[in-house]
Design a protein around this ligand. Structure first.
Ligand SMILES: *[C@@H]1O[C@H](CO)[C@@H](O)[C@H](O)[C@H]1NC(C)=O
Ligand SMILES: *[C@@H]1O[C@H](CO)[C@@H](O)[C@H](O)[C@H]1NC(C)=O
Ligand SMILES: *[C@@H]1O[C@H](CO)[C@@H](O)[C@H](O)[C@H]1NC(C)=O
Ligand SMILES: *[C@@H]1O[C@H](CO)[C@@H](O)[C@H](O)[C@H]1NC(C)=O
Ligand SMILES: *[C@@H]1O[C@H](CO)[C@@H](O)[C@H](O)[C@H]1NC(C)=O
Ligand SMILES: *[C@@H]1O[C@H](CO)[C@@H](O)[C@H](O)[C@H]1NC(C)=O
Ligand SMILES: *[C@@H]1O[C@H](CO)[C@@H](O)[C@H](O)[C@H]1NC(C)=O
Ligand SMILES: *[C@@H]1O[C@H](CO)[C@@H](O)[C@H](O)[C@H]1NC(C)=O
Length: 215
């Protein structure tokens, strides 16, 4: 009995460690529990939208609970009330995070040209990828509101121990040094849900910049 309980606790602990949570905007469901499965894209098997959190029109905050020593992090946006395509990347330079704990990114700016107004429904997809290339997914539902604000103070704190870098494509750097053998592809080569191109992107990485300067 005790052995079974210990096994169950061990299984729970390892399951929790192999997953991540989105504290804000609150994720659709508790995807740590059955029947959900964070390995399933696009939204861990949580197919229907849930309570919407109000986000400012020019972009809002995301708070993550990270359990891995390191993670690559992508945040994508899909417009509409029942989103199936998360094709707007909010992390054209995706993140390389070190250290588990809470990570609050106060503001993900909405890219220029994306049409948003008061009352626009949308969903956010967060993808974390470990260094072996395994991806985990969670989604949260939002509505854009002029009255909404970004998180601050106690609601937006970091407890992760390590640095966060934005991973940058080397193409622009190669251009600036006159070495363009990587071709003319745009530097924002990472689009929503296209985690399969992560490996390709990683091969062309030359530089990392500290994300706090960008956000
Ligand atoms: C979500 O949709 C997928 C694909 O249609 C389906 O296999 C899965 O059972 C659904 N998940 C839930 C929890 O309803
Ligand atoms: C949605 O919001 C209602 C009212 O605040 C709450 O009772 C319910 O638990 C929420 N549902 C989820 C899945 O968070
Ligand atoms: C994203 O997908 C939607 C639905 O498929 C489509 O209408 C929209 O044009 C796409 N947007 C971008 C930026 O690709
Ligand atoms: C991510 O950061 C870790 C250090 O925390 C480093 O070892 C690794 O090379 C970085 N990955 C990329 C793609 O920059
Ligand atoms: C972070 O990882 C360490 C070592 O695995 C673990 O003891 C600790 O509980 C983790 N903390 C969080 C917040 O996940
Ligand atoms: C946004 O979604 C809610 C349900 O979550 C729905 O009641 C509302 O009509 C939707 N708004 C628009 C503009 O489609
Ligand atoms: C340009 O970059 C490629 C790939 O990194 C390298 O093999 C080549 O030597 C570089 N050429 C010059 C002129 O720096
Ligand atoms: C958390 O850390 C990231 C990376 O350093 C930084 O961009 C962000 O502003 C920090 N959040 C807070 C609330 O300080």
């Amino acid at each position: 009995m005790l052995a079974n309980t210990l096994l169950a606790v061990a299984a729970l602990t390892s399951a929790a460690q192999a997953h991540f949570g989105v504290d804000y905007p609150p994720m659709r469901v508790d995807s740590f529990e059955d029947p959900y499965n964070q390995y399933l894209r696009p939204c861990a098997g949580a197919n229907t939208t849930n309570n919407r959190t109000e986000w400012p029109l020019d972009g809002g905050s995301v708070v993550l609970e990270l359990h891995h020593p390191t993670d690559y992090i992508f945040v994508n946006l899909g417009l509409g009330s029942d989103v199936t395509t998360f094709n707007i990347s909010l992390t054209p330079n995706f993140f390389n995070n070190t250290g588990n704990g809470t990570l609050c990114l106060p503001k993900f700016p909405i890219p220029a040209g994306v049409q948003i107004q008061d009352g626009t429904n949308a969903s956010i997809q967060v993808v974390t990828v470990n260094h072996a290339g395994n991806a985990l997914y969670n989604c949260a539902d939002i509505v854009f509101r002029t009255s909404a604000t970004i998180l601050s103070g106690d609601a937006c704190m970091n407890t992760t121990s390590g640095p966060l870098f934005a991973v940058q494509d080397q193409t622009e750097l190669l251009k600036s040094t006159g070495n363009n053998t990587a071709g003319d592809k745009p530097s924002s080569a990472v689009h929503g849900s296209s985690v399969h191109i992560l490996t390709a992107s990683l091969t062309v990485i030359l530089a990392m910049v500290v994300a706090s300067g960008l956000l």
